[in-house]
Design a binder for this molecule. Structure first.
Ligand code: AMP
Ligand code: ZN
Length: 448
């Protein structure tokens, strides 16, 4: 069957009713310091099987944070090896037509060829994205299958839909529908982003609040480097210092104990409550002449970071007990700031039909964030708002979420041209300057 590509008016050959059958994709993610490969299959009943999901994070410890050149070298060293390993998990081929013959311990076996290749096209570090994109194009050409170049932030937002597909059984009463259905609210909290998003459809994610300075993950990583005792910092196995900070503060996982929501988001945090002589002001503790509403679409985290740095600088002999209190308060202030913007958004008339908040991105694996959001929503009368946190392995960067986004975009009829370039900055909001997910060139749409 020949169909027309709407954007380029070029004919594309596609299998008939492709969404009526199982779809298998191989996905690659290389936007930052994680090299990730996944094999995901979506079945006709809307359930999904993750055949393989691997990640290798490059070692950036000597730089104290992600160093683009080291991360790029990491992708170059490991991507091909991860793909080689993943191919051994391809499902067995039902016929020899289009089968790939894969060598493993048991010899050469016919395996099912992926229906298309998905890759992160942006946003991210240019040269790092290129490693993934060039490999993906090579595989698509060699196997004669389509290419899907997807948006990393869209993938974080769609992750809970992947989670529900992975959990679905064939008897599931919800049948073919993806959960959560659109619209929903998404809090994207990662090392590079802090965004509150109104996810209206697959490709329309309106930004309701964005950061003016640091991303919340960046704030937590930087603060952790200041606050963690040197012995713990020295034994870190990677630069995910925020994760180490969480286990330093909550070594026994009793995260929800003793958290009480603040009477006001503008109230300064006083160390004197625990016998210490420092104060940290929350973001926008002075709302200025326009009042708090003027800042309701903004996140700012640099003030919390500077306070933490200053406090530690003047107390080099700070003991571990005080470090724990300081770290807990830094996290609490950052997470309450996120919660305050969620509350602003939930009052918007356009969001009255929204009852799900997805929290995604690396910081979403923090259990204290979960506690704070739930406690504050309940305290403010939003008990009916469901919080969805993907499991930790799907919160941090991974190729499974890229694969899922590829499958959803593929089913919606989208393909990516082999001429498509990677994009360093790529919005998910259609109102953004670049037009959002579908605003950039390189998309090809199949006519119905
Ligand atoms: P991403 O950019 O989505 O891969 O997320 C990475 C960011 O998430 C980094 O800033 C990590 O330090 C941060 N992160 C990972 N685990 C945690 C955690 N448990 N608590 C807070 N931040 C975390
Ligand atoms: Zn990410």
């Amino acid at each position: 069957m020949i169909r027309r590509c709407l954007l380029f008016r070029r004919p594309i050959r596609v299998p008939p009713r492709c969404q009526q059958r199982n779809l298998l994709t191989l996905a690659i993610e290389t936007s930052c310091d994680d090299t990730c490969v996944a094999l995901l299959e979506k079945h006709k009943d809307n359930s999904a099987t993750l055949h393989s999901n691997s990640r290798i994070t490059s070692d950036n410890r000597e730089y104290g944070g992600v160093y683009p050149i080291a991360a790029h070298e990491g992708h170059q060293k490991t991507l091909a090896i991860l793909i080689q390993e993943a191919l051994k998990s391809l499902p067995a081929a039902e016929s020899s037509e289009n089968a790939l013959f894969i060598e493993d311990e048991g010899g050469r076996k016919p395996r099912q060829r992926p229906d298309f290749i998905t890759v992160t096209r942006g946003p991210g570090m240019r040269s790092n994205l290129l490693t993934g994109m060039d490999t993906a194009k090579g595989l698509a050409v060699a196997w004669q299958v389509p290419l899907l170049g997807v948006n990393h932030m869209q993938a974080h937002a769609l992750t809970p839909r992947l989670v529900s597909a992975l959990q679905k059984t064939s008897e599931d009463p919800k049948g073919r529908r993806n959960d959560p259905e659109f619209p929903f609210l998404t809090l994207l909290v990662s090392g590079g982003h802090s965004m509150l998003v109104h996810s209206k459809s697959l490709d329309r994610h309106e930004i309701l609040a964005n950061t003016t300075d640091l991303a919340v993950g960046d704030l937590l990583d930087k603060s952790a480097r200041e606050i963690l005792p040197p012995s713990i910092l020295d034994s870190a196995t990677d630069v995910g210092y925020a994760r180490i900070l969480e286990s330093f503060v909550f070594p026994f996982e009793n995260v929800s104990k003793n958290y009480f929501p603040p009477s006001s988001f503008m109230r300064p945090r006083k160390g004197s409550e625990w016998g210490y002589d420092w104060i940290i002001n929350p973001p926008y503790s002075d709302p200025g002449p326009d009042g708090a509403i003027a800042h309701s679409k903004l996140f700012t985290f640099s003030g919390i970071g500077s306070s933490a740095k200053r406090i530690v600088k003047y107390r080099p002999d700070m003991d571990d007990a005080e470090r724990r209190v300081l770290a807990r308060e830094v996290m609490a202030l950052a997470f309450e700031h996120l919660a305050s913007r969620v509350l602003f958004a939930l009052k918007l008339p356009t969001l009255q039909n929204v009852n799900t908040l997805v929290v995604s991105g690396g910081v979403a694996s923090n259990k204290f964030l979960k506690t704070i959001l739930r406690t504050i929503l309940d305290a403010k009368g939003y008990n009916h708002v469901r919080l969805l946190f993907p499991p930790s392995y799907l919160c941090t960067d991974n190729a499974a979420m890229i694969a899922w986004t590829g499958i959803e975009m593929y089913e919606a009829g989208w393909r990516t041209s082999l001429e498509a370039m990677v994009v360093k900055k790529w919005a998910i909001d259609p109102n953004a300057e670049d037009g959002g997910i579908l605003g950039i060139d390189g998309w090809e749409r199949l006519a119905n």
